[in-house]
Design a protein. Structure first.
Length: 373
């Protein structure tokens, strides 16, 4: 596709205290093979030297506009960047993220310039997020989760237009869909989930492209992991509550009967009662039923491993990484239980939370290999 035929795309990069990653991530974005793009970098009132560092590094570069604004949160920064764009399409990414060179081109191929009907209008396209800094146990566990849960689930829900999260690390949007949905909301911590659900409510289709890959920096300490995941968990809880009227509502089709029930059952109900199952298992092991319980648990682990192998095969990842699945299942899920119950406590108290700061290391590896389309 030549530049004349390719619609202009604005790549929006919001940032708060990202002086370690920002320049490297922007240099990476300049390698994109999409023929007609601009980059709008929005510093959200950083307390470090993010704005100064980026401004100096890209002074005179016609492809990059560097903006700054008072701190207002990620959603506010994204909305500000989108308002500065004259393009009909935007790609939103995180400042710690590196895209493969063909990622934007792969996302843009899903937008039909002349849809045959309203139901065929593509409002957004979700990309594939992978962990780019597998440096220790906690980052390797997150890498497994991204592949076996987040990306695998999104691929399945795309078949029935029930994707509930176009990830903040890589997502493309029609400007018209953003306007119809009201833009990014500032009243939830999961602004990507909240916007995705509202785009579905407007009748748009949301696609998924597994080959449009973004490498993100996952938290490298348990403390930072808990901080990030609490924000996600609480934000999804907020989004579900805001859209509870669509639950089991025929007007919203797959959103009401698949997407929202999936959030309710698998992100809230089952994780809430799951610790009881572990407690009962421990009681059973100490009261003479160990043989039967261990058989059931072994079968569960086999099914779990089979699903993980299938997900890794789809992603063309090395199966040797799954060795980390064993300790993950014993430790990682208890961390997630803690996060969920902390979210319940915060919701009951009616407290709010800001998007905050995660300590960055700049350990995301450089990417330059084009994924298969």
């Amino acid at each position: 596709m030549g530049k004349a035929a390719a619609p202009l795309v604005s790549i929006i990069v919001p940032a708060y205290n990202e002086e370690i990653n920002a320049v490297s991530s922007l240099n990476n974005l300049l390698k994109t093979d999409y023929p007609n793009f601009e980059i709008i970098f929005v510093d959200d009132g950083s307390k470090d030297s993010t704005f100064e560092t980026v401004s100096a590094a890209f002074a005179g570069n016609s492809k990059i506009r560097v903006l700054t604004k008072p701190n207002g949160g990620k959603a506010s920064a994204l909305n500000y960047g989108i308002q500065q764009s004259l393009a009909d399409y935007v790609v939103c990414i995180d400042a710690d993220t590196k895209l493969l060179p063909n990622a934007v081109s792969l996302l843009m191929r899903h937008f039909d310039q002349q849809p045959s009907s309203a139901e065929n209008r593509t409002g957004a396209v979700a990309g594939n997020v992978k962990v780019g800094n597998e440096v220790n146990a906690i980052t390797r566990w997150q890498a497994i989760e991204y592949i076996t849960s987040q990306n695998f689930d999104r691929k399945a829900f795309a078949a029935v237009n029930a994707i509930t999260v176009v990830p903040g690390a890589i997502g493309a949007f029609s400007k018209k869909a953003l306007e119809d949905a009201g833009g990014f909301a500032i009243d939830t911590l999961a602004e990507d989930c909240d916007l995705t659900v509202r785009i579905l409510r407007c009748g748009y289709s949301i696609k998924n492209d597994n080959n449009a890959i973004a490498m993100t920096e996952a938290p490298e300490t348990v403390k930072m992991f808990l901080k990030q995941r609490f924000r996600w968990s609480f934000g999804v809880m907020q989004t579900f509550w805001k859209n509870r009227d669509a639950l089991f509502n025929w007007k919203y089709r797959w959103l009401g009967w698949v997407a929202l029930p999936n959030i309710l059952i698998f992100q809230f109900i089952i994780p809430t009662i799951a610790p009881l199952a572990d407690i009962f298992m421990i009681i059973g092991l100490t009261t003479g039923n160990s043989e039967k319980i261990l058989i059931y648990y072994f079968l569960f682990m086999l099914v779990d491993a089979a699903v993980s192998i299938l997900a890794f095969s789809y992603e063309k990842e090395k199966l040797s990484k799954l060795i980390w699945l064993i300790p993950q299942r014993f430790v990682y899920r208890w961390l997630m239980y803690y996060i969920l119950f902390k979210s319940y406590r915060k919701a009951i108290k009616g407290e709010l939370q800001h998007w905050g700061v995660l300590k960055r290391t700049g350990n995301v590896k450089d990417v330059g290999v084009v994924a298969e389309s």
